[in-house]
Design a protein around this ligand. Structure first.
Ligand code: XBP
Ligand code: MG
Length: 252
């Protein structure tokens, strides 16, 4: 029996990366006097590494051969990431990023049906609450029984640890839950934790491989704005609702 849905955040609940996180990173670099600029294609490559602090380090190591790290480089990374989080939360506060198609509808249906909700994400906890507050209203963080986020586990996605942490807090076996993800790293993490997983892709993840998932879709769909099925089966359905999730959960 399906008991809980565990959602990824970035790329899944909302398209936050290109016009949200990327913009906030660039604002932080500018604020701290660095001439680094992450354009949209470069950011696609940087998404290989999850976690903002980890991504900054990956950028320096892989794309800035001439940058000589100062002695206090660790502090610089922390200061950049703190500034980035502030810029990102401000951007969300201006209503900069809407939820993806079908997300609000499915969350509401799950709440009405007593399906438990959780989040498993690499991003910083305050980014999650800011997104939920600005898109769903002041109390939306409380819709989620568990919010597993950021540095709460040392090994970020693609490691399964963040999903194990969420399952532990939910006190549920993976077999009773379904994950919703958008990326290869996310799927490695959720499938690695033993979760049946549904994928909704975005521009950055369209070509990612998703071995072991139950379905890959353009988005969750809305009545009159159906999803496109990229792999898997959804007999007679044009949006993802609990009936379809229960069907996938039971069948695959
Ligand atoms: C999300 C991420 C995060 C955000 C930045 O991945 O990769 O790193 O881009 O977050 P997922 P912070 O959707 O798989 O969780 O800067 O707050 O770390
Ligand atoms: Mg994601």
């Amino acid at each position: 029996m399906l008991k809980a849905l565990i959602f990824d955040v970035d790329g899944t609940l909302a398209d936050t990366e290109r016009d949200g996180h990327r913009v906030a990173f660039n604002s932080a670099f500018h604020e701290l006097g660095l001439d680094w600029v992450w354009d949209a294609p470069l950011y696609g490559k940087l998404l290989e590494v999850t976690g903002g602090k980890e991504r900054i380090r990956f950028y320096v190591d892989s794309f800035c051969p001439d940058f000589s790290k100062p002695k206090d480089f660790d502090d610089l990374v922390l200061a950049l990431h703190k500034a980035k989080t502030r810029h990102y939360v401000e951007l969300l506060g201006r209503g900069g990023i809407p939820l993806r198609n079908g997300v609000k509808r499915l969350l509401n249906e799950a709440r009405e049906s007593g399906i438990r909700l959780a989040i498993a994400t690499t991003t910083t906890p305050e980014n999650v609450t800011a997104l939920l507050r600005n898109t769903l209203g002041g109390d939306a963080a409380e819709w989620f029984e568990v919010i597993a986020a950021g540095d709460i586990v040392p090994a970020k996605k693609p490691a399964p640890d963040i999903y194990f942490w969420a399952l532990d807090k939910l006190k549920l076996d993976a077999a009773r839950c379904l994950a919703v993800e958008d990326s290869e790293n996310g799927v490695k993490s959720s499938v690695g934790a033993g979760l049946k997983t549904v994928v909704t892709v975005n521009d950055y993840t369209l070509d990612h491989p998703f071995p072991g998932v139950v379905a890959v879709l353009s988005d969750l769909g809305e009545p009159g704005r159906p999803f496109r099925m990229l792999s898997g089966e959804a007999p007679g359905q044009d949006c993802v609702d609990l009936d379809l999730l229960r069907y996938w959960h039971a069948k695959f």
